[in-house]
Design a protein. Structure first.
Length: 184
């Protein structure tokens, strides 16, 4: 910047009523009034530059704070999404583990009977082991084991079944234990 340009700039900064007198700006520090016009101009230019740097730094800090807040919000949203997804997975797994009371059996009794040999009263333990293997191979639900086994019973085993309570008849493990006890 040339000397003339600096003087022009400085005169623009001076209040018009004081332009005719010495270049003195209201609220000017006393040390500044003793300096030459060129030095005063440099002082004001530096001061203006420092104010701009201060404003720029302030804006950078505000931007960083906004970025941090946005990142924190994004982390919160991501965590919320993860929790929602986990909750949905949990509900789905619980729904898959629920047994519907009164639902139609997953197997047909007539088809199941065709897969099993006739009940062998001579070796009940081997029959029950074979029965369980056939049931597992065919993916029968365990809550259907007792009803399928009942359809295969004959003789003494049928009498043991009739003597059990209704609840024990539905429970395959109790039915199995009763049969093994009766034939041992």
């Amino acid at each position: 910047m040339t000397k003339t340009d600096m003087q022009t700039w400085l005169l623009e900064k001076v209040v018009p009523s004081e332009a005719a007198s010495a270049v003195e700006i209201p609220s000017m520090p006393s040390f500044l009034s003793k300096l030459s016009a060129e030095m005063q101009l440099q002082y004001y230019l530096r001061k203006e530059e420092q104010e701009k740097e201060f404003e720029l730094t302030k804006l950078k800090i505000e931007a960083e704070n906004c970025n941090r807040a946005r990142e924190a919000e994004e982390r919160d949203w991501a965590r919320q999404a993860e929790l929602t997804l986990e909750l949905k997975r949990l509900k789905l797994s619980q729904a898959q583990n629920v047994t519907v009371v009164g639902a139609a059996p997953a197997i047909r009794l007539e088809n199941a009977k065709k897969l099993l040999p006739k009940f062998n009263e001579q070796n009940v333990e081997e029959y029950l082991i074979g029965f369980e293997i056939v049931a597992e191979i065919n993916n029968w639900p365990q809550d259907c084991y007792a009803s399928v086994l009942h359809a295969m019973l004959v003789g003494k085993a049928l009498k043991v079944f009739a003597e059990l309570s209704t609840e024990d008849c539905k429970d395959y493990s109790k039915l199995k234990t009763a049969l093994l006890n009766a034939y041992s």
